[in-house]
Design a protein around this ligand. Structure first.
Ligand code: TRP
Ligand code: SF4
Length: 369
């Protein structure tokens, strides 16, 4: 059977290397040297793959009109997995690149069956608010709800539907119900409409996403070719980051509260999750001293690498001390819990104000809510 990725699924992608082989995603490390000040996700291999990032970067360097766009489905509480995407947006925004954020309320409505009002409320209070608190500049970022888009964006979806075949969808996604077909075509509009001559006229968009979103990008790349002359649509570049493993070892997901740290978690609650998290430690202290731990399989180490430790030397020391058996998981968890507490306290202080700002934005972009 063909290897397929289900963007709505609950399985974790374990073998990232396969994505190179099967889908033609390129290893990010090959282009790392082109970037003057790479983000830590780039140097740490957390952003592991890309399509056409080199083209995008060249255009950016030449001063061409480019933008970064990503999207979030407003289906639950905002957690550390979402924060990973926002960090990347902040990074590009600081480089002077225009940033757009789709709140995928149409997708949450049709695929997750969340009531419309609820998708908007979650979009504003959870997603937009947390993004602002994480440092995305509310005055420079364009947030939009899918259902509030220009009719010409919807017209694109209709045009795409005419040219895409069922076989093509099936080859990418397997069997799809109509709601998911709608969501997929809507996402194709998200990642292309800004290159439309009349809707933005960008030379190229970069879409930073988790690796599970690649099917949509493959579809987009196939479809836009058919509209490049007529509308000026251009294929998006994309980067792919690894997912954080859920703290319980599964996929990090809003639907399993113990798998994720939510940015609005009570401090004690968040720390409790860290203390219960799955580590790469051995069964006994004696064994750990003798064999060392396995940081590659440790969700606490991921917390450090993805979120809590900026300094590469410090991270490397933890890695080595774990491997050599010097470090024990208890000590390590204490450190992680302490750093997490510090981060959450600061973040939650900012969150209150950010919520006000998010509501102001909502008055403009979703006025009746
Ligand atoms: N499907 C994405 C998710 O489930 C959300 C999304 C919608 C998106 N439109 C997008 C992501 C455009 C990136 C780009 O989270
Ligand atoms: Fe993970 Fe730390 Fe234990 Fe190593 S010592 S397995 S990094 S918790």
């Amino acid at each position: 059977m063909a290897l397929r990725i289900d963007p709505w699924g609950h399985t974790t992608i374990k073998e990232y290397e396969k994505l190179f082989q099967y889908f033609g995603i390129k290893p990010f490390r090959e282009i790392l040297s082109q970037i003057d000040k790479p983000h830590k996700y780039m140097t740490r291999g957390i952003i592991f793959g890309h399509r056409d990032f080199d083209k995008f970067w060249k255009l950016y360097k030449e001063g061409a009109k480019v933008a970064v766009l990503t999207g979030f489905m407003p289906s639950g509480r905002f957690h550390l997995g979402h924060k990973m995407v926002v960090e990347q947006l902040v990074y590009y925004q600081k480089l002077g690149i225009d940033v757009y954020v789709a709140i995928a309320d149409a997708e949450a409505y049709s695929v997750r069956k969340i009531p419309r009002e609820e998708t908007i409320r979650i979009g504003v209070e959870e997603y937009i608010a947390n993004m602002i608190a994480l440092g995305l500049d509310p005055d420079k970022t364009v947030f939009y709800f899918q259902t509030k888009q220009d009719p010409r964006y919807y017209r694109l979806i209709q045009m795409f539907s005419r040219k895409v075949t069922f076989n093509e969808l099936e080859a990418i996604y397997g069997e799809l119900e109509p709601a998911k077909i709608m969501a997929a075509l809507t996402q194709v509009a998200d990642v292309t409409y800004l290159t439309h001559r009349d809707l933005g006229g960008y030379e190229m968009l970069l879409i930073p996403v988790g690796a599970d979103q690649d099917p949509h990008l493959r579809l987009a790349r196939d479809i836009v070719d058919r509209y490049s002359r007529e509308l000026g649509l251009k294929p998006p570049a994309s980067t792919y980051h690894r997912f954080m493993t859920g703290l319980d070892g599964g996929k990090m997901s809003s639907s399993r509260p113990d798998s994720a740290i939510f940015l609005s978690d009570k401090i004690e609650e968040a720390k409790r999750k860290v203390f219960r998290a799955l580590t790469g430690g051995r069964a006994t202290v004696e064994e750990q001293r003798r064999l060392g731990g396995i940081p590659e399989q440790c969700t606490v180490f991921e917390l450090f690498a993805y979120h809590l430790i900026e300094d590469d030397n410090e991270l490397e020391k933890i890695y080595n001390d774990c491997k050599s058996g010097k470090l024990l998981c208890g000590m390590c968890k204490k450190k992680a819990a302490g750093l997490l507490e510090e981060f959450l306290r600061k973040h939650q202080e900012k969150l209150e104000k950010a919520k006000e700002k998010a509501r102001e934005i909502a008055e403009k972009i979703a006025p009746e809510f």
